[in-house]
Design a protein around this ligand. Structure first.
Ligand code: F6R
Length: 606
């Protein structure tokens, strides 16, 4: 969703900020803007804004737009339509303050009414403009105090960066519920809401905590709380180099990220397997063996694809550790006043670690005293910080809006958690070893699946004419079907339904006809015959079938054959060809693959 970049140093700031904004484009946005401290005698702040893409903004920059300090923003509309006026930065009445803001100010309407009554005229419909006026009207002497004064009035979430024409030597930033990361350079400083915009300049970063502010000067930075007490934050090194955020030789990030999965899984396993005890070491879990034995239930919370990964994870934990487990959309959980049980282990799963619904569920659980683990990709993200411990999924940066490699690595990470809990409880050494051997086979098997891409492309082109598709699976295969159906609809815009194969007779069979193809997950496990019976039912209604199976299915029109692993781990492999199916379907339909319409990469608002 919205993105912030800022720079203070000696270089020409506009090109740097535009490059930073381009790196944030993947998050989804509808307008962009920039403000700089203009160099030259006149000085003061200059801004430019544009609805649409960053290149639109670039074409609108005035000829004289030179400076070495500035902030910029990509906006995803919440308060007010996507247009030039509502794009950030927002200014105060005197044009001395410029603010970019991610998040939502809950009491904006109330503050706006008060300011209007005081004679303030608003130039936009946004909540953010309120903040610019509040900073501008503060009587405090220092910019930091002015910002602090303004924030005292604010209820809601924010990540902000502020320029003031009377304080040309600094950028002031603050965080509450929306990420702010400082990039520490040589006699230059950067700020962004996302490390993706920083790594081409520096890998030394400081991630602000909620309630923290910072002042950036060209050769110095300091952090402090919104109350003004100093905080200590030494820079950390970002794990991935700038190239990891680039598309490389691929035409889309989605293709790149699907192709990276063998390496990504290998990374998730690296250094974690303990052959001696047929288990795994999960360093950051913060859950000792005694505590793990005391867990009576596991509840997994996530949204979208991560929720589907959680559904597979819940089955793995139930099977391997024999602990009753389930997954629930975090977005629903937090609104139903859930019973929070001290013996339940909660696991929040998220690629970005910033999804508001997941974060809010975690905060509610923590408030009620629950133990919450995070299964997160982005190191140092809000959910990673908010949880008591957890597992990093180590998929590497995922730029495409639709999640692929992170899904796979999340499921692998759940397998590690299930194995760990299982071996502390009743999973035998032999079964532990069986799962470890299976995990080790995954990277090579993923490579084998990816080598079949040309065939999958042909199938995608064959089925791309469908207006609607059915995805079915049973037990372990059902969440795979759900995820595959989500992937197809979000990237190709073809309507898709996912059902347990066992439910066909109870209603969805009415939809089956030649124009409604079915994708069936048919692993060679104890439900094989049941799955085959479902294929018979569909065939009897002249339905077209594409099976994903361990062997060619006679009743299917086409089968994608995937290598067999252990039954508990097969869902990891069965999802991968269906990512390629969604990708090639979207490609043949000419869709905007990396940025599907209406979607954003990190959903940091409700
Ligand atoms: C779909 C997709 C989304 C995300 C969901 C949660 O391809 O990517 O459904 O999975 O928005 O995001 P994270 O995992 O960042 O919490």
């Amino acid at each position: 969703m919205c993105g912030i970049v800022g720079y203070i140093g000696k270089r020409d700031v506009a090109p740097l900020l535009l490059e930073g904004l381009q790196r944030l484009e993947y998050r989804g946005y509808d307008s962009a803007g920039i403000a700089i401290h203009a160099s030259g005698k006149a000085g003061g702040l200059k801004t430019a804004k544009a609805k649409g893409r960053v290149r639109e903004l670039e074409s609108r920059l005035p000829k004289r737009f030179a400076g070495t300090t500035g902030i910029a923003h990509t906006r995803w509309a919440t308060h007010g339509a996507p247009n030039d006026e509502n794009a950030h930065p927002h200014m105060d009445a005197e044009g001395k303050v410029a603010v970019v803001h991610n998040g939502i100010i809950d009491n904006a309407a109330e503050l706006r009414a008060k300011l209007t009554a005081d004679g303030v005229e608003f130039a936009s419909e946004t909540d953010t403009e309120v903040l610019a006026h509040l900073i501008g009207r503060s009587q405090a002497e220092k910019l930091e105090e002015k910002v602090r004064d303004a924030l005292r009035h604010i209820e809601g979430t924010y990540g902000i960066a502020v320029l003031h024409s009377d304080f040309a030597d600094r950028i002031v930033v603050a965080r509450n519920g929306s990420p702010v990361v400082l990039g520490i350079g040589e006699k230059e400083m950067f700020v962004s809401s996302d490390v993706a915009a920083l790594v081409s300049h520096t890998r030394q970063v400081v991630t602000l905590d909620d309630g923290e502010m910072a002042t950036l000067k060209a050769d110095d930075y300091r952090t402090y709380t919104t109350e003004g007490s100093r905080t200590t934050s030494s820079p950390e090194t970002v794990e991935y180099a700038a190239e990891s955020y680039d598309m490389g030789a691929h035409d889309t990030y989605m293709h790149k990220e699907i192709s990276e999965q063998a390496d990504a899984v290998d990374r998730a396993l690296r250094g974690r397997i303990d052959d001696r005890f047929s288990t795994v070491h999960l360093g950051g879990l913060n859950l000792d063996a005694r505590e793990a034995r005391g867990v009576r239930r596991v509840k997994i919370l996530g949204c979208g694809t991560s929720y589907h990964a959680g559904q597979i994870g819940a089955q793995m934990i139930e099977e391997l550790a024999r602990i009753p487990s389930d997954a629930e959309p975090a977005s629903e959980f937090r609104y139903r006043n859930p019973v929070v049980d001290p013996d339940t282990l909660y696991v929040a799963v998220s690629q970005s670690g910033e999804t508001y619904d997941v974060l809010a569920a975690v905060q509610e659980l923590k408030r009620k005293g629950a133990r919450v683990l995070g299964l997160v990709n982005v190191v140092g993200s809000a959910i990673a910080r908010e949880t008591d411990g957890g597992i990093y999924v180590h998929a590497g940066p995922e730029v495409c809006v639709v999640s692929t490699k992170c899904f796979t690595n999340m499921v692998v990470s759940f397998a590690l958690l299930a194995l760990h809990l299982g071996r502390i409880r009743d999973l035998s050494v032999a079964d532990g070893k069986r799962i470890i051997d299976g995990l080790r086979r995954l990277p090579a098997q993923i490579t084998e699946i990816l080598e079949g891409e040309a065939e999958i492309k042909k199938l995608a082109e064959l089925y791309a004419d469908a207006k609607s598709m059915m995805f079915i699976g049973r037990v372990r295969g059902y969440p795979v079907a759900r995820e595959a159906s989500l992937k197809l609809k979000e990237v190709s815009y073809i309507h898709a339904e996912a059902y347990p194969a066992s439910e066909l007779k109870h209603g969805p069979l009415a939809l089956i006809e030649p124009a409604m193809p079915t994708v069936a997950i048919v692993p060679d496990d104890d439900l094989l015959e049941k799955n085959r019976a479902a294929l018979e039912e569909i065939k009897a209604r002249s339905g077209r079938i594409l099976a994903v199976a361990h062997a060619v299915q006679q009743k299917a029109d086409h089968t994608i054959v995937v290598p067999k692993n252990e039954p508990e781990l097969d869902p990891i492999l069965m999802g991968i060809p269906l990512q390629l199916l969604a990708y090639h379907t979207a490609l043949s339909l000419g869709r905007d693959i990396d940025k599907p319409r209406n979607l954003a990469k990190s959903v940091t608002v409700e």
